[in-house]
Design a protein around this ligand. Structure first.
Ligand code: ZN
Length: 220
């Protein structure tokens, strides 16, 4: 199954074929619809205008669930579409969260205990003995400098066989990640950070895009 969302995360329209149909569970030859993994939420997507209501990752494959009466059989040609504003915000918040995580772990060595990327905000949870907001000024200074430089975000397979991916920017080691990533750090844009005290020595950083409605990229 070719995962077009890795090769071209800006593609919002795909003509492909149903490879396998078992009831409401369908496997396609190719896909542009990201399925929840690595903390990044699934895309909002449609097949022939019918909403994808669920998806399940099984090894290298993604099975999509459509509503009853989808009428598809194996071999049918279909059109898949994703909602671009949602994908764009998920990609940008995803990378913002990864940058914040890299900065926090590199500079302070805090242990990450969870992360989630939704459409309007991302969060990362850490074990931290101190109020994590004391780090925000330093994090944002580094973060803003990286955004300002508009560094190219290089991404590729570390293992094509198993579908393992990584991203890398200048000055950073390779970071393993199977999410979708924008072209450069400038596109990610500026963010605000908010602290949530989870209790028990756990601290959360909530990340929001300053320009939450910025839209870039086109269907190509
Ligand atoms: Zn990533």
């Amino acid at each position: 199954m070719r995962k077009v969302f890795w090769e071209n995360p800006y593609q919002t329209h795909l003509d492909t074929k149903a490879a396998e149909v078992v009831g409401n569970r369908i496997l396609f030859e190719e896909t542009i619809a990201f399925s929840f993994s690595g903390g990044q939420e699934s895309d909002r997507a449609w097949v022939n205008g019918l909403p994808i209501v669920d998806s399940v990752i099984d090894g290298n494959l993604i099975y999509y669930t459509l509503e009853e009466d989808h009428g598809l059989t194996a071999g049918d040609t279909v059109t898949m579409e994703i909602e671009w504003p949602r994908r764009s915000r998920l990609m940008r918040l995803h990378f913002a969260a990864e940058l914040v995580l890299e900065l926090v772990t590199q500079k302070w060595g805090l242990e990450k205990i969870g992360a989630h990327i939704a459409e309007t905000k991302a969060r990362i949870d850490f074990i931290s003995p101190q109020n994590i907001s004391s780090l925000f000024e330093s994090i944002l200074a580094d973060y803003n400098a990286i955004i300002e430089k508009d560094l190219l975000i290089h991404k590729d397979f570390s293992d094509a066989q198993t579908g393992r991916r990584f991203w890398q920017i200048e000055g950073f080691a390779q970071v393993p990640c199977g999410g979708t990533h924008v072209k450069s750090t400038g596109e990610v844009g500026l963010v605000t950070l908010k602290r949530v005290n989870l209790g028990g020595g756990k601290e959360r950083i909530e990340i929001k895009l300053v320009d939450g409605d910025k839209q870039k990229g086109t269907d190509n």
